[in-house]
Design a protein around this ligand. Sequence first.
Ligand SMILES: *Cc1c(COP(=O)(O)O)cnc(C)c1O
Length: 356
Amino acid sequence: MIHNFNSGPSILPKQVFEQASQAVLNFNNSGLSILEIGHRTPQFEAVLEEARSLVKELMQLDDDHEVLFLHGGATTQFMQIPMNLLNDNQIASYTDTGTWGSKAIKEAKLFGHVEIAGSSKDTNYTTIPHQLNVSPTAAYLHITTNETIAGTQWHNIPYDAGVPLVADMSSDIFSRVLDFNRFGLIYAGAQKNMGAAGVNLVVVNQQLLGKVNRNIPSILDYRNHIREKSMINTPPVFAIYVAMLTLRWLKAEGGVSEMEKRNAKKANHFYDTLDSLPLFRGPVAKADRSLMNAVFVIDDAATEKEFLDQAKSEGFYGIKGHRSVGGFRASMYNALSYESVEALTQFMQQFAASKG
Ligand SMILES: *Cc1c(COP(=O)(O)O)cnc(C)c1O
């Protein structure tokens, strides 16, 4: 039995893999593969439209919020966002909660002034900053709702910072109920919680667009993508198809609120076990722990290696921590079952018991 705790690309529902495989061979009984039909065919346009409307429905978006499927991963958004929203002479407010926020900050500096509204650097990114200082004139405030590497998550979203809120939700999109209409822009690479690598979801409030003075290359201007319905050029058709299947699955399972319940149950069970075993330690402040990516360590290098080796041979995949932080990380995305989390906690208990 394999338990897939990979951080991304990561586990998806088995039926999504089956349906996607079938579409590669024979898409909707057309006798053609999804990979060989034109993107401007009615068949593919229906896929894109269904994906778009599922996002709108699952997030309960209002008419100001446009749904885009773009290339380039979340990393491209680090520069596309300031290019579209930040003037040279303006300030953008960023929070620094780890690797991903830092990368976003680096790119924003190319387009305007960046102020750090809050940082958890001095706790080695084991916390979320709870006091923010946001300039009232800032073009926007940027947060990383879930820090995939550090294992932290914003449980209180700063909706009331007084400026538009921009969020990197790559690793917790569709995992919990949020007031999505209160965000100015939401972006997420699909490969963590909503599909295959190669497509990026962007939800943008169109009222924020058209306010910068610079010339924006056509393919990077959100307004063009809105006008062309994510079809300026050939979109990542297969990745969009897989995302659509995953969203269909999500809706059929009960939507975002059901995912929130399941994810809370999995994470609570995991952290309860972690806290009951002195051999293991969770470095993240309890109030700021991520329900998606649980980071934990063993404070002895030899025992740590032993745990990893045994875990691998027992079928636990992807629990080695990110190379920048070490230790372990269990990613518990929507498609991961409670049974997989239970198997891991049992294994941790057995391992701890074997160490006395
Ligand atoms: C994985 C990840 C990214 C990078 O995504 P790419 O699609 O590889 O560019 C950015 N932000 C967060 C929070 C992530 O987890």
